[in-house]
Design a protein around this ligand. Sequence first.
Ligand code: UDP
Length: 441
Amino acid sequence: MMLQEVRVAARSPSTFRPYANPGLLRRLEAVASRLQGARVLHINSARSGGGVAELLRGHVALLRGLGIDAHWQVLRADGAFFDATKRIHNALQGARVEPTVGQWAAFDQVNRRVARAMDARRWDFVVVHDPQPGAVLLQGARRGRAKWVWRCHIDSERPHRPVLRRIQPALRLFDGCVFSRRAYAFSLPEPKRAIMAPAIDPTAPKNMPMGLAEARRTVARFDVDPDRPLLLQVSRFDPWKDQAGTVQAWRAARRRVPGLQLALVGCSADDDPEAASVVAQVERQVRGLAGAFVLQDCVDDRALKAFLDCASVVMQKSIREGFGLTVAEALWAGRPVVGGRVGGIPLQVRDGREGFLVKDPAEAASRVVRLLRDPALAARLGRAGRAHVKRRFLLPRLVLDELRFLAALGDAPAARRATRVARRPRRRSRSQDHPTVVSLP
Ligand code: UDP
């Protein structure tokens, strides 16, 4: 079986009432009412680990709660395919690498199989996430009546051109493309592309409140001392996430703040073959140093929340970062973030307002020390961060953006059919109701 369904229970929009702006929820329900019963398929390549899987879980649940017949399917493939797609991913993020001839063949072959496994007649919209299933149309998937969208989560500001040229013909077959920032947008021209920043689900276990006593007990189970300051990074173990740079920053900061602990919490994604070497590297870096914890695949979502609540500062000093849900999660937990000045991080952390933006480990260390020495500053930035996320990076806003875009793609057949079935009169012109470029700069 090339495609596997991930079952997701519907989540009512009212669940989000305590968090989202009421006007936004009303607009969301209004757009969704025009797409009642529309059959929407999201396809990606990992059911867990990493931002896309995280995003889809809440996203598909809310779509279903809004009366949309949304489904999530994950492609299944072997190591050669994921070696190829990691290279494509890395190349789109600017690394000068290319899949080998054999790896391109594995990429094409898996996409061909996925194309054959898809029943295009079932869907009104198909949203394909990232490059892994990005060649399904080129490899023969029947379009059916569906509108096809390619959703890119990658920091593709400076892609490696040879790889981009190789995948562009596949991506141009889509009816629409979505990027997280305007600077990433290649492929289709406007009005067929939209810009939407990702978002976090405030009702997910990792984002729901936890009492401080429970948080402290939880981190203590991992031998972390809740009475001593803690620098935290939560990321897949991946060279772009620069855990190595975080270790350097921590080593410099602990010279000035004795007792400062470091926790690197990470998981391996199903579609990511690089984790093992990164873990080995950071373990070498911290060997023999007290107060450093490298925690791979052992921190569940509630324990992650405990780490976020007990952290003094959260670090996300990535070298490239499509968006960085981990930054939004940390800000939502009220933590100040020290982040790299790259990709989606500056959307979330404005220097000096929700945290600090830094260029290297030395600067990161000095910002961490400043925050540790000035708890009032840390608390102020943390509060500002939570408010910023509440305004711009919560799930209902993202789902609203997506539904507007889907409805605007052509004269969406599902919108037409669904409106007929629901006997709702058409309202307002599409140009007013459905901007094709939505949300953030
Ligand atoms: N994550 C997790 N456990 C870990 C490491 C990461 O649950 O040990 C989650 C993290 O909370 C976030 C997602 O994985 O929701 C990572 O998303 P992000 O956009 O930051 O990065 P990506 O992995 O997509 O590059």
